[in-house]
Design a protein around this ligand. Structure first.
Ligand code: AMP
Ligand code: MG
Length: 416
């Protein structure tokens, strides 16, 4: 049984990220929202594009106003009014000023803006009541960004700020990684779809839907392959089909040591290399991780296979802990693959057998700036998924830790 940290590192080392040469598409800005940038972006535009005013006021020559004070103000002739979007026509000469509005282009000859509140206007003349700082309220061209330099680096997710930057830089089309394809199948002769009548002894296939929802939340594309009965031939053809179409395959069930648990055996028959058969995690011990080599290197990609445990909570916990980081890395994200652990004080005593790294589900809440963790009520059996609803954290109890007292600071894995 592999320790959790080692399993995490091994799994990440098996991931072969999407290729910036082959696995990309060009999208317009809004379609690219939340996608992963595949190529560095540079812009031909400086930012700001030209010197402009940060205030409503008057564009002046510093030399004309540097010794102003209330008893000795300077009065300047207003030669032009410059609203935003207007190109100044005049060069400001000694003794002159231009009325200027926020965001408008600085006129030639002027180097400083005096804010309106420090002036008095009389017709086409303005009196400056106090000396400004040199270049005050002027946003100089290219101070925020210089044309031709790196604007956004590949491997970042394009959220609202990045979309705004791309728009401002007039990058209307952007190269992003395609969505990873994740095939999902549920193994078990007892399973029926949620819309089928339930016969005695049958169980509703919830894993397929839970896993598909998680895959979608990661920006990947779920391919639902349905329920596969515990029959070696059926399972073999389903797994072969899955590996032919997807970057990652997730199956649930059939990986423990029961008489009908065929997944590992079939993976071996199909030529997969099995890297992990069990991880010291609770819930979730029977976790299989395998790879199928690329059929025609270097074009085709190797396929990563996760045989998740069938118990609904175990399937979700192992997804959050191991599959999610792998899909993030695969999707082209340059960093931030691992789950987020938050320090929180537990509001109850927590218990574990101490043999495996244990994850207990519950609620993470900010109280006066500090995180608190509360266990979900009801049974913490790995077969009970009902009380998993609305939880947002999994308290982690390391191996060897059998009891944690109320009020102790623990690490809680954030989930959504
Ligand atoms: P297994 O790992 O196949 O032995 O399954 C362990 C338990 O999880 C059994 O009680 C299964 O009925 C249940 N189970 C397996 N697959 C699913 C599924 N897709 N949805 C809900 N429960 C499942
Ligand atoms: Mg089964």
């Amino acid at each position: 049984m592999l320790p959790v940290k080692q399993a995490e590192a091994l799994i990440l080392s098996l991931v072969n990220p999407l290729s910036p040469a082959q696995d990309t598409e060009v999208l317009d800005l809004l379609s690219a929202s939340q996608r992963i940038l595949a190529a560095a972006v540079t812009s031909a535009l400086d930012f700001p594009h030209w010197d402009n005013s940060a205030m409503d006021g008057y564009a002046v020559r510093f030399a004309d106003v540097q010794s102003c004070k209330a008893e000795q103000p300077a009065t300047l002739d207003i030669v032009e009014e410059i609203p935003a979007g207007y190109q100044p026509q005049q060069t400001i000469q000694p003794g002159q000023a231009a009325r200027i509005l926020t965001g408008a282009m600085m006129p030639a000859g002027a180097d400083t803006v005096v804010m309106q509140e420090r002036t008095q206007r009389q017709g086409d003349r303005v009196t400056i009541l106090e000396a400004p700082e040199f270049q005050a309220f002027v946003r100089q061209r290219a101070t925020f960004y210089q044309a031709g330099t790196l604007l956004l680096q590949p491997g970042i997710q394009l959220n609202a700020p990045e979309i705004a930057v791309l728009a401002a830089a007039q990058c209307a089309q952007v190269s992003v990684y395609r969505r990873p394809r994740v095939a999902i199948l549920s193994t078990g002769s007892e399973l029926v779809a949620p819309d089928q009548p339930l016969q005695p002894g049958q169980i509703v296939d919830s894993n397929q839907y839970a896993l598909a929802a998680l895959v979608q939340q990661l920006g990947a594309e779920p391919l639902l392959l349905g329920v596969i009965p515990d029959e070696p031939e059926a399972l073999k053809s389903a797994i072969a089909q899955a590996t032919a179409t997807a970057d990652v395959v997730l199956s649930s069930g059939g990986v423990s040591v029961g008489d009908y648990d065929y997944v590992d055996e079939i993976l071996a028959t199909l030529g997969a290399e099995i890297h992990i058969r069990a991880v010291a995690i609770k819930p979730g011990k029977p976790l299989t991780v395998a790879t199928f080599a690329a059929p025609q290197a270097p074009q085709a990609r190797s396929v990563l296979y996760f045989g998740l445990p069938g118990n609904p909570v175990s399937a979700l916990v192992t997804f959050w802990r191991f599959v999610q980081p792998a899909i993030r890395k695969l999707s082209g994200l340059a960093q931030g693959w691992e789950p987020t652990f938050i320090k929180a004080r537990t509001q109850q005593d927590l218990r574990s057998d101490g043999k495996r790294e244990s994850y207990l589900w519950g609620y993470l809440q900010l109280v006066d700036g500090d995180y608190e963790f509360r266990l979900a009520g009801g049974s913490h059996s790995s077969g009970n998924l009902i009380n998993l609803a609305q939880t947002n954290g999994l308290a982690m109890l390391p191996v060897g830790q059998t009891a944690i007292a109320t009020g102790t600071e623990i690490l809680v894995m954030q989930v959504d």
